[in-house]
Design a protein around this ligand. Structure first.
Ligand SMILES: NC(=O)c1ccc[n+]([C@@H]2O[C@H](COP(=O)([O-])OP(=O)(O)OC[C@H]3O[C@@H](n4cnc5c(N)ncnc54)[C@H](O)[C@@H]3O)[C@@H](O)[C@H]2O)c1
Length: 370
């Protein structure tokens, strides 16, 4: 590695990366570039993938096909969980039980019940678990966020997300590909932009006649937030022509006027009278890098990251509530989602004799404390 000498006086943290697919490799590059981090092991159920990813980067580290074994054999100050969503709970749980803090790719888990379980475990053990929501961190969204604050806070926020990827593979076959695999990004961005938490949603998902997906790849949803603001989402993953950016195309109305963001670097603001102003977008840490900085800062004893599990669970609950609303045709309250998910997790904790998890869940009828 050759970086040890440069950081002799600083804290050096050993990192175990779990999952060496496309995103795992992106995270390995982030680790490689970050002073103060040292790769300790790479884990993948396919060890040839893990070995190849390590070798490509010149990492002389052991590889494992099992996270528990890796944590027994290799030193670890933090673990990056970059496995497929279905493996997130087991990998994060193993690390927390080994007292190793976890930064996980989104979604924290496939279901709110699983996320409640992990949140309770993390709280009971005092071991940090956070989700990286990379689209929450960009120069563009920061400028838009500032604009909304300048205008007195948005009460009406809309985004249009229209893209046309030909993925092939699991997204073409899964139910609700747009809501389950993509919309969590825009839902999480809305929580950040409104500075409030979602309370309820009405959603319809559907399949345009030309869609190449088996599941519904288009949706319209209206969320109500606890401060009274509304967030409208219109999205499609099968929209050829005039596509928006991958962050979506945003517009907000606030007491002092309106602002727009194209999801990239164009942020505009206009008050009742006066010119349209193009706001400066100041480059800063973005995406995975910014999520990692928040996480390391929390390990240093500073503020909890924005993706800390008990907060991030609300973005996941927005997805689950939107899917349920679409299936039932009714507005869905997020408290009802948390109550049901909490009951599932609590029953599992009782059945497994997991008293410390059961104790936390019993205290949280309406979801983890904000
Ligand atoms: N933030 C973003 O913009 C963004 C973009 C793409 C993917 N992601 C997320 O990143 C995660 C990984 O996605 P990907 O595209 O790299 O998937 P991928 O399928 O390319 O890679 C996942 C890897 O995890 C391994 N794996 C599966 N189960 C495992 C287990 N129990 N233990 C160890 N390894 C295991 C697989 O063998 C595979 O190599 C997903 O949660 C996905 O949603 C986020």
């Amino acid at each position: 590695m050759g970086r040890d000498a440069a950081v002799t006086d600083a804290v050096v943290r050993d990192v175990v990366v779990v999952g060496a697919g496309g995103m795992g490799r992106a995270w390995m590059d982030v680790v490689e570039a970050r002073e103060g981090l040292r790769p300790a092991a790479v884990v993948d159920i396919d060890t040839s993938t893990a070995r190849a990813a390590a070798t490509e980067r010149g990492w002389n580290v052991p590889v494992f096909d099992d996270v528990a074994e890796a944590l027994r054999e290799a030193p670890a100050d933090l673990l990056l969980n970059v496995t497929i969503p279905e493996a997130h709970r087991a990998v994060s749980e193993t690390a927390i039980r080994a007292d190793v803090p976890v930064l996980s790719e989104k979604p924290a888990t496939p279901t709110v019940a699983d996320a409640m379980w992990l949140s309770a475990l993390s709280a009971a053990r005092g071991v940090l678990l956070a989700t990286s929501q990379s689209r929450r961190h960009s120069a563009g969204i920061s400028a838009f966020h500032h604009a909304l604050r300048d205008l007195g806070g948005a009460e009406h926020l809309e985004t249009q997300f229209f893209q046309n990827p030909r993925f092939g593979g699991f997204r073409d076959e899964m139910p609700s590909p747009l809501l389950v695999d993509m919309a969590i990004h825009q839902f999480d961005q809305a929580r950040y932009l409104l500075g409030s938490e979602p309370e309820s949603v009405y959603c319809e998902e559907f399949s345009p006649s030309w869609s190449w997906y088996r599941g519904a790849a288009a949706a319209q949803a209206t969320f109500r937030f606890s401060n009274g603001s509304r967030f409208g989402y219109a999205g499609s993953w099968c929209a050829d022509g005039l596509t928006t950016s991958w962050n979506g195309d945003w517009r907000a109305s606030a007491p002092g006027g309106s602002a727009t963001w194209d999801g990239e670097n164009a942020v505009r603001l206009q008050r009742e009278e006066g010119p349209v102003r193009h706001l400066p977008v100041i480059p800063d840490q973005e995406g995975l890098d910014a999520a990692l900085t928040e996480f390391l800062s929390a390990l240093d004893g500073r503020e909890a990251p924005s993706g800390e599990i008990s907060r991030n669970i609300r973005s996941l609950a927005m997805v689950e509530a939107a899917v349920e609303s679409s299936a039932t045709g009714a507005r869905v309250e997020l408290d009802a989602v948390f109550a049901r998910a909490g009951a599932v997790a609590l029953a599992e904790a009782h059945a497994a004799g997991e008293d410390e998890i059961a104790d936390r869940l019993s205290e949280w009828a309406g979801g983890p404390p904000r």
